[in-house]
Design a protein around this ligand. Structure first.
Ligand SMILES: [Cu+2]
Length: 377
């Protein structure tokens, strides 16, 4: 096990060049290894104590003294397990529950949260009731030589209740989820609503690339066959719509405007994940998908709300897509319409001088390389 941890260390530091983040990650691995080892040692000690007790028990029996009442021991253990487990659940809720995402920053996110909390509340009630009943019964009705258990081979009423009740609850939850998802993905813009902003997001190992439409509000076509060193997204510059397409490092979005993310992948499956907006959809090579949503809280408002002056929304990759998967991260800023327009006017077009030079090169070779012309011109 320790050897395995060391191998992981070597890979981690080797791949990304031992940055501060790697040091933290390695530390995390070492801590995990330490706790696993500790757990095994505790199990070993419990095993030894058990054997010692067994020897003690046998000695008592040989001497015709009262042996250990294992039924009582097991009954008490069940109660201890219930109390320790309840404390563990409480700890999860308070310590890790405090790390939960803040209020949804998108319109559909509110519905998503409602569904999450309904499901969580229902399952929590079932969890508490069943665990308390299970362990209390184990304690209360532990084996006792003076008591006979009631033999109950079959009872149709009980069978019906515990089959039908969960079936109804689960059906309600599934239908609730189904309608919520339908509302989220029902993407026909309501009448009178301004057309959504189209943003292309392309995943590759290991980064997200963004493409915004220019003044024409339309994105030019792309073709994977056109991908090259200079044209990394394979934009078809034959399509006039592509002339003013813009590249961006940060995703700026105007508040309360519908945004359509056109999702692409160039190598393996990635997943566009914007937790604060409750947005997640896979990016699959060869299968363009899209997700429409409306941000409702600006970055500035969220910073005040959370009392975190450096808070930023993020896009992450939620598929383990390779060694530097954790590097697939971009900042999202939700701003006012005016701020958005000001930012957009400062972004650089994809049609760079290098690409123009490439296109010119293709034009010169028109006669000899007609194929290349078809691809690049
Ligand atoms: Cu990825």
């Amino acid at each position: 096990m320790l050897l395995g941890t060391n191998v992981l260390f070597a890979q981690g530091t080797g791949a990304a060049g031992a940055t501060a983040t790697d040091a933290v990650k390695d530390n995390g691995l070492a801590t995990a290894g330490y706790y696993i080892l500790l757990f095994l040692i505790v199990c070993f000690i419990i095993g030894i104590v058990g054997k010692i007790l067994r020897v003690f028990d046998l000695t008592q029996q040989i001497q015709s003294k009262n042996p250990i009442n294992w039924d009582n021991v097991m009954g008490v253990c069940c109660l201890i397990f219930l109390i320790a487990g309840a404390y563990g659940a409480y700890w999860e809720f308070t310590v890790q529950g405090a790390m939960i995402l803040p209020d949804a920053a998108s319109e559909h996110g509110v519905k998503w949260d409602e569904m999450f909390w309904t499901t969580t509340t229902l399952t929590m009630i079932v969890f508490v009731v069943t665990q308390v009943l299970l362990f209390t019964f184990l304690f209360k009705y532990r084996h006792n030589a003076n008591r006979r258990g009631h033999f109950l081979p079959h009872n149709n009423t009980i069978e019906k209740v515990w089959t039908i009740a969960p079936a109804i609850v689960l059906t309600i939850l599934v239908i609730f989820g189904f309608f919520t998802w339908q509302q989220i993905t029902d993407n026909v813009d309501a009448k009178g609503e301004p057309a959504s902003i189209n943003v292309d997001i392309t995943g590759h190992q290991f980064a997200w690339e963004l493409r915004y439409p220019g003044k024409d509000a339309r994105l030019g076509k792309t073709d994977y066959k056109l991908v090259s060193g200079t044209n990394k997204l394979g934009i078809n510059f034959k399509d006039k719509d592509s002339y003013d397409d813009l590249q961006a490092d940060t995703m700026y979005l105007p508040v309360r405007k519908s945004v359509r993310l056109n999702i692409h992948a160039q190598d393996v499956i990635h997943s566009v994940y914007m937790p604060h907006f409750r947005v997640q959809l896979n990016a699959v090579p060869g299968l363009p998908t899209f997700f429409k949503f409306k941000p409702t809280i600006t970055t500035a408002e969220m910073r005040i709300k959370l009392d975190k002056p450096n808070f930023e929304y993020e896009i992450l990759c939620n598929k383990v897509c390779g060694g530097a998967h954790y590097n697939m991260k971009k900042v999202v800023r939700v701003v006012t319409e005016a701020e958005y327009q000001a930012w957009l006017s400062q972004q650089k077009p994809y049609l760079t001088d290098a690409i123009k030079k490439d296109l010119k090169f293709a034009a010169e070779k028109k006669e000899v390389q007609s194929n290349r012309l078809a691809l690049n011109n």
